[in-house]
Design a protein around this ligand. Sequence first.
Ligand code: ADP
Length: 489
Amino acid sequence: MRRKSLLILIYHHLQGQGYMEAAVALDQETNGGVRRHEVCDNIDLEMVLMEYESYHYVKFQKYPKLIRKTVEQGEIRCARSGRGKRCSTVSRLPKITPSQSQQCGNGDKKDNGSSIPPEGSEFGLSVSSCKNGQVVELAMSRKGQMPDGKFSIHDAIKGAAVDSDYKERLLKPLSGFSGMSGEMAELAAVISRDIYLHSPNVRWEDIIGLEDAKRLVKEAVVYPIKYPELFKGLLSPWKSLLLYGPPGTGKTLLAKAVATECKMTFFNISASSIVSKWRGDSEKLIRVLFLLARYHAPSTIFLDELESVMGQRGASMGGEHESSWRMKSELLVQMDGLVRSEELVFVLAASNLPWELDTAMLRRLEKRILVNLPSAPARQAMISHWLPPLNSTRGVELRTELDYETLAKDMEGYSGSDIRLVCKEAAMRPVRKIFDVLESHHQGDTVMPAIRLETVTTADVLEVIAHTKPSARSLTDRYTTWEREYESV
Ligand code: ADP
């Protein structure tokens, strides 16, 4: 039912834009099923068209070819809608006057005639819409990419950001998105508020152990950015990679270190939150996210908990919630777009359950890196990092006397995050013992008593270990089996 409505919309849009042959072909393909329906005028046709492109790609593994009748330069079709005047122009756009440009947030665009795609160019379609006198140009690639140079919203953003400082860029240009549609602008605002991370601030040396994973990530992403001349042709950089392994082993830290060390814009999004928070809008959110990432390139999009959205898809759409199906499709389309583009936008995806991932997604994540539980030396380094012999903060000293080697042995199967929790709990014990003193002091005396915390011993930590369970030990074999089957190197 939904597909038919979409086809009807597309049919009328094609007609309205002068793509007569495409409209007739569509009508014939559906045995005349789309011609007899009218279109309501409250539909965002640009969105519909993009949606159709995505749908077509996923269904037939190729983008639809949209053709149009040639029109005279400057021809404008205007149609009256219930919401006021709405105009559309086809690819030969009228020149945008400075005042219009200003309204569109596109102050520095010189000549819109230059945006006409040349014959045979990869940008098959250029649609402009005019709302309340504002001209907004939207050029769409047949390959489903948002061609940056063609996207007036993109130019608008760039224009607004030219002189601004790197970190401010994401905040300033958002006004440019209002030229496109209020909905997109809202999503862009959400992304810069909740998903864009100003300063991930994780250095390689903050990550303990994981030497192999660090080396592989550096080879795949960091060196191509540092030494681009070495990574051409066959060696062109990976655009997306999968970090998989038990939870709490440092996958997020690795992604943040990439962004910090390469000074990349970092978008951090948990896949499950896309679904839960933006259920209806998740697909549009993905689209805007990639658009922003391209503008702010070099950027990293870190997609955490990938399995929660990219689980095995049912046969076609059967049994699966449609909006989640469309979101997945959009993600796949966007990732294909990245491979073809020159911009440095990387998708680092993380999954704790890689065997649950959709094969279509796995194909796109060609580089897969196991981020495993810490080795014995790494565990030892972690314990001495979090529980050093002397830890002094704000005048309170915490001393430890620990047999690090024994503790590391006893914490086999623990993730970095588990070890940190054990250390925290052990450090809490002597602090807990002084609460009574502090509380009784608080009620009466105003002079703070001298505090001397008890030393944390190996026995204390062993006791904590006895009361905790590592969170992922049971899955270790599964990761190594999966690694043998799917590891890319
Ligand atoms: P993941 O993304 O693999 O689930 P994170 O990278 O979010 O795990 O790690 C969670 C926390 O555990 C980190 O914030 C850090 O405190 C600790 N941690 C885990 N692995 C390491 C590591 N290798 N080095 C330092 N800290 C670690």
